[in-house]
Design a protein around this ligand. Sequence first.
Ligand SMILES: C=CC1=C(C)c2cc3[nH]c(cc4nc(cc5[nH]c(cc1n2)c(C)c5CCC(=O)O)C(CCC(=O)O)=C4C)c(C)c3C=C
Ligand SMILES: [Fe+2]
Ligand SMILES: [Fe+2]
Length: 340
Amino acid sequence: MSDLLPVSRSSSSPQKIGVLLLNLGTPDGTDYWSVRRYLGEFLSDPRVIETPKALWWPILNLFVLSTRPQKSGEAYSLIWDRERDDSPLRVITRAQADNLAQRLAGDGIMVDFAMRYGNPSTRSVLEKMEAAGCRRILLMPLYPQYSATTTATANDKAFDALRRMRWQPAVRTGPAYFDDPKYVEVLGESIREGIAALDFEPELVLTSYHGLPQSYVDKGDPYERHCHETTRLVGEYLGWPASRLKVTFQSRFGPSKWLSPATDTTLETLPKQGVKKVAILAPAFHADCIETLEEIAIGGKESFLAAGGENFAYIPCLNDTQASMDMIEAMVRRELSGWL
Ligand SMILES: C=CC1=C(C)c2cc3[nH]c(cc4nc(cc5[nH]c(cc1n2)c(C)c5CCC(=O)O)C(CCC(=O)O)=C4C)c(C)c3C=C
Ligand SMILES: [Fe+2]
Ligand SMILES: [Fe+2]
């Protein structure tokens, strides 16, 4: 217990509420070592890779981390925000936190963001909030669909930091919002507006969710069900027939069976089935990132067109648009009820 943090502020300082937006994480640069550091932390998380450590550690260190950082670094280079020299995921998450901070400033609420892997670390931001006098903290993982590999591990990391505090603040965690009517509405409107701006009419709209090993779902992770429910509700909101929207899963990693159908093989097969005009969005991500900007908007487009597709459009994530921030603000205010 001797390594508990000292209480760093006087007990008479005014009580504050902190709201901490949590996202996955991203490398600090596109070079081999930056990406290796980030992937090393990410892929050592037993919530993400459930293979027993004795088996996984040599595979990770001898094979994955010797080749993947180079390949991923090249992919990050294609989407890197050169103006800010930063990763889009961090730029957008910071913009969401700044925007929310302005909206909540009148209520004396401190808003910040942190990452599960990499920087800014969850621990450093929680310590900053604690030092600023936050006695109540709301953790908001920005994942619409719950998964142990994302939501739960983001909260775990926060509780690891809280474990080190002598005087812990009161803590709440925000729920997944895959079926929140406001999320469904904002997502539905983003599809409507995305399509209205196109010079073609998509025959099919793909909702491409980040994938997960099938075995995680078999053991009880509700993620797949949440994904299907989001797409069903959005279709209902838009008043579309179910056949106009299709659920797919992207970003397969490793040799095990992942959720299907896969986004990449679907995009390669659709033109042969006569579907040549598609729009695609990625509702599992509240902020655009390598998985949407490189894998879908660049790679997915290339493979669809190479397979005989004619028109392809990527509809961006909700990011920090006004509608998205209205929704985040509403969710946060709801979760703060009784504290405000
Ligand atoms: C077993 C591996 C992985 C699981 C399970 C997984 C689940 C999962 N991930 C997200 C969201 C994001 N993943 C991102 C990147 C990313 N994901 C994996 C692997 C698994 N993800 C890897 C190896 C990577 C790194 C990129 C690469 O090398 O290809 C990101 C983007 C980060 C960025 O910097 O832009 C996000 C966001 C969800 C929602 C999810 C399960 C539901
Ligand atoms: Fe991922
Ligand atoms: Fe990917």
